[in-house]
Design a protein around this ligand. Structure first.
Ligand SMILES: NC(=O)c1ccc[n+]([C@@H]2O[C@H](COP(=O)([O-])OP(=O)(O)OC[C@H]3O[C@@H](n4cnc5c(N)ncnc54)[C@H](O)[C@@H]3O)[C@@H](O)[C@H]2O)c1
Length: 249
């Protein structure tokens, strides 16, 4: 018996990095995963990595567009019927020094990192079962720790964290859990180009991984997502779970 046998998951950001690792992990543990991302090829690759199972249902959508979120949620409900786990993993990072920052940068970041998860929660909530349903929102240590040159990203993750904590209290009468998970630095395409952006010396970040002298791996975070979303995490609710290897940045 696998932890996720018979459980339906709607997971965003499944074409790369942490979302891909989480999708593979949940599929391997028996879940059916409705996987949303704008990157169709990346989604197909995730399906292959999970062994080509027909429990993987890819759905291409640009989450910057609210109507695409609404359609994706409707399609997930049509295909799955019930959504036991909603995992909002998709996100974007922009490294922008304050001097050259435009409010449109903030709007774009907030659209994907905050408004899409919020809209998914609203759309899917009627189809999440009382007592066993779980919402996992991937935030970031940037929500509560200084991340210079990333103020928009940090503010968006702070917003998602606050949203999650309050939503957990709102949904408590239905016994639906909401768990914000905050990774520290994880080696994925999201962070790969950071060192070179705008000539900024970001070696500050490289000095902050004291546990194994390395940043996190997507699988490190996927394991925590699976724990939080499973019955093993039944008493975990409305509190930030930091998964940063003890990083001090
Ligand atoms: N990598 C890190 O160091 C780190 C640290 C803390 C938090 N996070 C968070 O973890 C989550 C996953 O990040 P990752 O490192 O795996 O990044 P990634 O770039 O590898 O994956 C992000 C995924 O989101 C998808 N995506 C982005 N914008 C989209 C849009 N408009 N519509 C649909 N899909 C879209 C991308 O196509 C990609 O598949 C993000 O929310 C990120 O903020 C990452």
């Amino acid at each position: 018996m696998n932890r996720f046998d018979g459980r339906n998951v709607l997971l965003t950001g499944a074409a790369s990095g942490i979302g891909r690792a989480a999708a593979v992990r949940l599929l391997n543990e028996g879940a059916t995963v409705f996987a949303v991302d704008r990157d169709e090829d990346g989604l197909a690759e995730t399906g292959k990595l999970a062994g080509g199972t027909d429990r993987f249902v890819p759905w291409q959508a640009d989450l910057a567009d609210e109507s695409a979120v609404v359609s994706a949620a409707a399609e997930a409900v049509a295909r799955l019927g019930r959504v036991d786990v909603l995992a909002n993993v998709a996100g974007v990072l922009r490294v922008t020094p304050m001097e050259s920052l435009r409010l449109d940068d903030y709007r774009q970041i907030f659209a994907i990192n905050v408004f899409a998860p919020v809209a998914f929660c609203r759309e899917v909530l009627p189809h999440i079962p009382d007592r066993t349903g779980v919402i996992v929102n991937v935030t970031s240590t940037a929500a509560t720790k200084a991340h210079p040159w990333m103020t928009g990203y940090a503010a968006s993750k702070g917003a998602l964290l606050s949203f999650s904590i309050s939503l957990a209290a709102e949904l408590a009468p239905r016994r639906i859990r909401v768990v914000p998970i905050s990774p520290g630095g994880v080696a994925t395409p999201l962070t790969a180009n950071r060192e070179t952006f705008a000539g900024i010396d970001t070696s500050w970040y490289a000095r902050t991984y004291p546990l194994w002298g390395r940043p996190g791996r997507p699988e490190d975070i996927a394991g925590t997502i699976a724990y939080a979303a499973s019955a093993d995490g039944a008493y975990l609710n409305g509190v930030e779970v930091r998964v940063d290897g003890g990083s001090h940045s």
